[in-house]
Design a protein around this ligand. Structure first.
Ligand code: UN1
Length: 515
């Protein structure tokens, strides 16, 4: 490795990372910013330039979780009685604050997790959209009124709050995913404790600051930063926490689900994906290539919804592959804060090594054809970060490891299909079921695919990423456990149904009893 770069002094100054002392960020408990009882902290570094310390955060433990849960528990009795339209006012204020601070929040997000500025703006926008959607529910949250089998009796059902919710969120959508959980939870009258991913605590600090500025009563939203074993696990197992909502890896999700089940808690899991784009022989190939590039390499492939498999009809696979590889080679990889770039770093060294290991498996065990990328980038702008070149494998067997396991990086696999039925079979032959897409001009095939693809989300003539907040988000098989975030369906995670009967007959009436 070269000892020094040959940059001119002016350029070097522009690139130099300021050695100023990094800011220390505290936990947010009961409306106060407080240090961890552990006395320990951890550093958060920029994945595009690891010399840059984004901030120092609290390495929280069970004692901090206890304090946060106690604050949430204490705030709950009053908060649950605040009328839902009033709770919605706070949520709307949060939307306004995020809108005003969008640039600053998005720049912090790019600095701490690497994705392009236009994508972090999208992430912040997704939280704003969610706030607008959820606030509207403050004046709906509909239940049902229905008939009664008895005379002079009224029956209805309403949504009730549950209590304290424990939220564990990932680093790839550092504000959007917390918004999917916090906003419907508090609108429903619950109080929450959130433990953000250790790679992206600053984004959640920024989000929490919006609740603080909005004047949300103390204890309704609490945050403890730290690691899964020391902060996440005590939150999941805490007896006061009634709902656990987690987004992250399948391995952690399964462990959380077991812990939550032992305590009889409701647990909503959003885990991995192995999403595919099917390209039929009648597809608009340029459009399909545009979609595949965005779906596979947007967010450096670090989306649960990433298009990590491209299932292409044999008649067009050669042409599609040539077009895609040519375009992938021109993608500009570099720091997300530089707007000329298109693909940022991956989140950290551990993930980078995991992705590089999958690339090795693709080349050796899977015997797939490496068509472009396949390596870590270490020169120039890439020198101090975790960059991997956009990678495409061709001639991939549907059962290959790289076609079955979630890689969560800028790697995609082209699989050839003989016909439509074969394409659907290949699409469904994985352990996950989040998102799938088909490019075709044939409306019959489009509808058949929508019917037969075993995923929670399905696109026609668009890539597998880009779900909108007012529709349910989630998947089948190894992706989840039957819950959905987004849309009105997200309120099913954070509310209990209560059935109400009002007898105005003035006498004892017995249901189901023959008189
Ligand atoms: C995720 O990757 O976990 O549909 C969330 C999308 C985004 C959300 C992705 N709106 O790609």
């Amino acid at each position: 490795m070269a000892k020094s770069t040959k940059a001119t002094p002016k350029k070097a100054a522009a690139k130099a990372v300021k050695p100023s002392k990094p800011t220390v960020y505290n936990n947010y408990i009961n409306g106060q910013w407080v240090a961890s009882a552990s006395g320990k902290t951890f550093e958060n570094r920029n994945p595009a330039d690891t010399r840059d310390v984004v901030g120092v955060f609290q390495d929280s433990n069970a004692e901090d979780v206890d304090a946060a849960v106690a604050a949430a528990r204490a705030a709950y009795p009053e908060w649950r009685l605040v009328p839902a339209p009033k709770r919605a006012d706070y949520v709307l204020r949060v939307a306004e604050i995020l809108t005003r601070r969008k640039e600053e929040i998005s720049a912090d997000m790019t600095r701490e997790m690497g994705k392009m500025l236009k994508e972090t703006r999208g992430d912040t926008q997704e939280a704003i959209d969610m706030a607008h959607f959820v606030a509207g529910e403050g004046r709906r949250l509909y239940g049902h009124t229905t008939t009664s089998e008895l005379k002079n009796k009224f029956a209805m059902s309403v949504r009730d709050s549950v209590g304290v919710c424990g939220l564990i969120t990932p680093w790839n959508f550092p504000i959007a995913i917390p918004s999917w959980k916090i906003l419907p939870a508090i609108l429903s009258g619950n109080t929450v404790v959130i433990k953000p991913a250790e790679d992206t605590p600053l984004s959640v600090v920024n989000f929490v600051k919006a609740f603080e500025e909005a004047g949300l009563p103390a204890g309704v939203v609490n945050m403890v930063t730290g690691f899964g074993a020391t902060a996440g696990s005590p939150l999941v197992t805490h007896p006061t926490v009634r709902v656990v909502s987690f987004t992250g890896s399948t391995q952690t999700g399964r462990a959380i689900s077991t812990q939550a089940a032992a305590e009889g808690k409701r647990c909503s899991l959003e885990m991995g994906g192995k999403n595919c784009i099917i390209v039929m022989e009648d597809a608009d190939l340029d459009l399909a290539v545009d979609g595949a590039l965005w779906g596979a390499f947007g967010t450096s492939g670090q989306r649960c919804t990433a298009s990590s498999r491209l299932i292409v009809h044999k008649k067009v696979v050669k042409k599609f592959t040539a077009l895609l590889v040519e375009r992938a080679k021109t993608l500009k990889v570099g720091p997300g804060l530089d707007e000329k770039n298109e693909v940022g770093p991956v989140i950290n060294e551990k993930q980078m090594l995991k992705i590089l290991n999958y690339i090795e498996i693709g080349k050796t065990k899977d015997k797939a054809k490496l068509l472009c990328g396949g390596e870590r980038l270490t020169e120039g702008d890439h020198k101090h970060g975790w960059f991997i070149a956009p990678t495409i494998f061709g001639d991939v067997s549907p059962n290959a490891t790289i076609a079955q396991e979630e890689i969560f990086g800028p790697v995609t696999a082209i699989i050839t299909a003989n016909d439509f039925e074969n394409a659907i079979d290949i699409a469904n032959n994985v352990g996950y079921g989040l998102s799938a897409s088909i490019y075709t001009a044939d409306v019959n095939r489009a509808f058949t695919a929508m019917r037969d693809l075993q995923t929670g989300i399905c696109y026609v003539n668009a890539p597998t990423i880009g779900a909108e907040v007012h529709l349910p988000f989630g998947g089948t098989k190894g992706t989840g456990n039957g819950h959905r975030e987004g849309g009105i369906e997200s309120f099913d995670i954070f509310t209990e149904w209560k059935s109400l009967y009002i007898d105005y007959s003035g006498k004892l009436q017995k249901a189901q009893i023959d008189e």
